[in-house]
Design a protein around this ligand. Structure first.
Ligand SMILES: Nc1ncnc2c1ncn2[C@@H]1O[C@H](COP(=O)(O)OP(=O)(O)OP(=O)(O)O)[C@@H](O)[C@H]1O
Length: 252
């Protein structure tokens, strides 16, 4: 059983997440096989991996949604964790502001909820119903609902996977702004190498139950697709994912 210790364990707060030797099996199948990963406060880590490699399994463990994980080193995550999924998961019978502040107490909750909606560009829409929103707008509400809780760790499982390309670019800019302002640690699961490079400080690749690559994104802002450094990093990540660039060009 993993040791879910509340709060930050490292003195000086240098680590928000620390996972050592994490193991998760489903029947005979070991999906996480002695995985190690640390995330520093305010650090944005993107997690890539082939389909079925265990990315969501790792997120579920960090969100404390899985009590069957095991490992000698255990798993340390902070008390305040928020999760954003591919679908916004709003309650259709509640107005936007009520969705954002759901479960929050205290006199300032609604005020904070209003401010969070304004931060994601939805000021004035507090009384709208979820059904009145586009997919991108719903995902904005989902981000507001997470951020109003001021999480130390934001877990995002392909949050933009269902959005069109233009909306996704806008959401990238929004997420970067929000993260710069609130500075949570972030673990973002994505299938999109470009999304990972656009957003993250570090990109890790999960393969056969372990972290197979752990690369910093040391690119000058703005991170341009055309630069040689960008192409080199993209090529390394794709190679780790088993995609040969010549194959990718053939498919295009
Ligand atoms: N509750 C479960 N019972 C049995 N097997 C499971 C369960 N949850 C996950 N698995 C298996 O664990 C493996 C990893 O699943 P997981 O959803 O973590 O992969 P993933 O990397 O997130 O995949 P994708 O990119 O396709 O979403 C898969 O083979 C999956 O079938």
């Amino acid at each position: 059983m993993a040791a879910h210790t509340g709060g930050l364990t490292e003195t000086g707060g240098r680590t928000t997440v620390r996972i050592e030797n994490l193991v998760r099996s489903f029947g005979e199948r070991r999906v996480l096989d002695g995985l190690d990963l640390s995330i520093a406060p305010g650090e944005f880590v993107a997690l890539l991996g082939r389909s079925g490699s265990g990315k969501s399994t790792l997120l579920r463990a960090l969100a404390r949604l899985d009590h069957e994980v095991a490992g000698s080193g255990g798993l340390t995550a902070p008390d305040h964790v928020s999760v954003v999924f591919q679908d916004a998961r709003l309650l259709p019978w509640k107005r936007l502001l009520d969705n954002v502040v759901l479960g929050l107490d205290g006199p300032s909750a609604r005020e904070r909820g209003r401010a969070a909606l304004a931060e994601v560009g939805l000021a004035g829409r507090e009384r709208a119903w979820p059904v009145e929103l586009s997919g991108g707008e719903q995902q904005r509400v989902s981000l507001a609902r997470s951020l109003v809780r001021e999480p130390q760790l934001l877990l995002a499982d392909e949050p933009f996977g269902a959005l069109d390309a233009l909306t996704r670019i806008r959401m990238h800019a929004l997420l970067r702004r929000l993260c710069e302002r609130h500075r949570p640690s972030v673990l973002l699961v994505t299938h999109d190498v470009d999304e990972a490079i656009a957003l993250a400080d570090r990109v890790v690749v999960l393969d056969r139950g372990r972290i197979a690559a752990d690369l910093p994104v040391d690119l000058p802002a703005p991170r341009r697709h055309g630069s040689g450094e960008y192409a080199a990093l993209r090529g390394r990540l794709l190679a780790r994912l088993g995609v040969d660039l010549a194959e990718e060009e053939d498919a295009a």
